[in-house]
Design a protein around this ligand. Structure first.
Ligand code: SAH
Length: 372
């Protein structure tokens, strides 16, 4: 087991099983051994790759989306551009470059990066050193000062600790991580029945919920409702709340057992976009979508962007652009030059927008979702 695995095992031996939410919080965020605290997980040498790391087109189109929303908002003199979980800062760098088509917009921006990872913060600082905008860092969204805001979150909500409930004969019990007879970490059902869960399901069924994600979305939506602005949340996930669980662990671009080596593998769950939308509406804000990532990028003009990048490029570069395009928008399996056969992100990934009620409709969401 990993160093953190040993620590968690002795915690459990002493105090009893911990909830899945606590386990994920430790595995990802333990100050000394947590996954995001100790490494840059992105890219070919890391554990997973994200859309902005695949192609500059992704961040550029989001930058244009932000600049366009700033225009639709009536060009406020100051606006907070907030990114949650900005990774290496690549999306923000590409977005700011693209937003420069509207210099007045870039001049109105105060950039806020919300990230808990010291390693990735260093990387963001380096990537954005010459971005030419004021940047501040925060450990949580609540630290972002009041005012109109545009919030971007790509593959952020999937990294927040989730809860599971397991159906037992007498009701739903919290799913816990305990110790097996041979001293390894194993799943079990906690002692208490959750009285508020009344869904009927066969024994062993699992419900997954993410109260932290809902709370974060609620806090952002309340700000937007009070001060104006929009959120764009992009992630892999589903559009209807349903039974079942999606916890997964990735290490070196392969799936591993989520309990095997806490702190050494990325742990995520798929995002329940229906629940995020409900949290935003409960805070008084309006929601749009979700649409698929493919639909959003097509509506924002990814084909034109790809064509203009390809103009004057040599043959290998043109092939690279084509393959990036495919990975971002394809809904079926595509071929990656680095990882071989991979799933296209265009269908599994969804985009949800949240705005002030009665505020401008964000680009790409005018038509609602069509069948993928
Ligand atoms: N958005 C980036 C990175 C995605 S990885 C991209 O698309 O490439 C997830 C990011 O969220 C990392 O930057 C990680 O450090 C950050 N993160 C994870 N948990 C967090 C938390 N609880 N609060 C703030 N940031 C978090």
């Amino acid at each position: 087991m990993s160093a953190l695995g040993d620590i968690i095992a002795s915690m459990i031996a002493e105090d009893g099983p911990i909830s899945l939410e606590q386990y994920m919080a430790l595995a990802l965020g333990d100050p000394r051994h947590g996954y995001y605290m100790t490494r840059d997980p992105l890219g070919a040498k890391g554990d997973f790759i994200t859309a902005p790391e695949i192609s500059q087109m992704f961040g550029e189109l989001i930058g244009v989306w932000c600049a366009d929303y700033w225009t639709r908002m009536g060009e406020p003199a100051r606006v907070h551009l907030v990114e949650l979980g900005p990774g290496r800062g690549t999306l923000m760098r590409d977005a700011l470059r693209a937003a420069r088509v509207l210099p007045a917009c870039v001049n109105a921006l105060d950039v806020h990066l919300v990230d808990t990872s010291p390693v990735l913060r260093d990387s963001q600082r380096a990537t954005l050193a010459s971005a030419g905008v004021a940047i501040s860092w925060h450990a949580s969204f609540d630290e972002v000062p009041p005012g109109p805001l545009i919030v971007i979150a790509n593959e952020f909500f999937d990294a927040l600790p989730a809860r599971h409930y397991v159906r037992t004969r007498d009701g739903w019990r919290g799913r816990v991580v305990g110790l097996t007879r041979d001293g390894r970490l194993g799943f079990g059902a906690g002692p208490d029945v959750e009285p508020t869960l009344r869904v009927e399901a066969p024994d062993g069924a699992i419900i997954e919920i993410n109260p932290i994600a809902q709370r974060v979305m609620g806090a952002i939506a309340a700000r937007i409702e009070a001060h104006g602005g929009a959120v764009l949340a992009i992630d892999y996930g589903y559009v209807t709340t349903s039974l079942g669980e999606t916890l997964q662990a990735m290490r070196g671009h392969a799936y591993v057992n989520p309990l095997d080596e806490p702190g050494e593998a990325d742990l995520t769950t798929h995002v329940d976009f229906a629940a995020l939308g409900r949290a935003a509406r409960a805070a008084g804000a309006a929601t749009f979508g979700p649409v698929t990532q493919g639909q959003l990028l097509e509506r924002l003009g990814i084909f034109d962007r790809a064509r203009s990048l390809a103009r004057g490029a040599d043959a290998p570069r043109i092939r690279a652009i084509e393959s990036e395009l495919k990975r971002l928008i394809a809904t079926n399996d595509g071929i990656s030059p680095v990882h071989g056969k991979v799933s296209g992100m265009g269908g599994l990934f969804k985009a949800l927008a949240v705005t002030q009620t009665g505020g401008p409709i964000p680009a790409g969401f005018e038509e609602g979702a069509s069948a993928p």
